[in-house]
Design a protein around this ligand. Structure first.
Ligand code: ZN
Length: 150
């Protein structure tokens, strides 16, 4: 088990765009394994590679229905809107209300390179949008309409 250091607050890597993964090789598989370990250790529901300092389009999510490995994820459809409270492992102690699409459809590759279609609503839709934002150098505090005192 390898838990990596989570980059926080003003770390500029959090504001940088991740690059597309061209080949799913052993280094990508190891990266994903480490990200899963790191996310569970920190008790998060999602983690994007830039949060551990790696600018690759990789994210992992587990909102309680099992682990999802997302390589090169893109939102291909979104519907509705919903405001809810969000936090982030890179901003411990910070919570804010963020307006997101209520439902999204995401296309991503899995560990085998196969394209998968993920339909999400509720917490999963929110996590997908939050993690994909990370891959584009966007963090939730940029989008928060109101911060909540914790
Ligand atoms: Zn985050």
């Amino acid at each position: 088990m390898t838990v990596r250091i989570i980059r926080k607050f003003d770390d500029e890597v959090l504001r940088s765009k991740a690059k597309e993964v061209k080949k799913i090789d052993e280094s990508i598989k190891k990266l994903i394994t480490d990200m899963v370990d790191t996310m569970y250790e920190a008790e998060g529901v999602g983690l994007a590679a830039p949060q551990i300092g790696i600018l690759k389009k990789v994210a992992v999510i587990d909102v309680g229905d099992g682990i999802m490995h997302l390589i090169n994820p893109v939102i291909i459809e979104e519907e509705g809107e919903e405001i809810n409270v969000e936090g982030c492992l890179s901003f411990p102690g910070v919570f804010g209300e963020v307006k997101r699409a209520a439902k999204v459809i995401v296309e991503a590759q899995d560990l085998t390179g196969e394209k998968q279609i993920i339909k999400g609503s509720g917490l999963l839709a929110r996590a997908l949008q939050h993690e994909i934002d990370h891959l584009n150098g966007i963090v939730f505090i940029d989008k928060a309409i109101r911060f909540i005192d914790s």
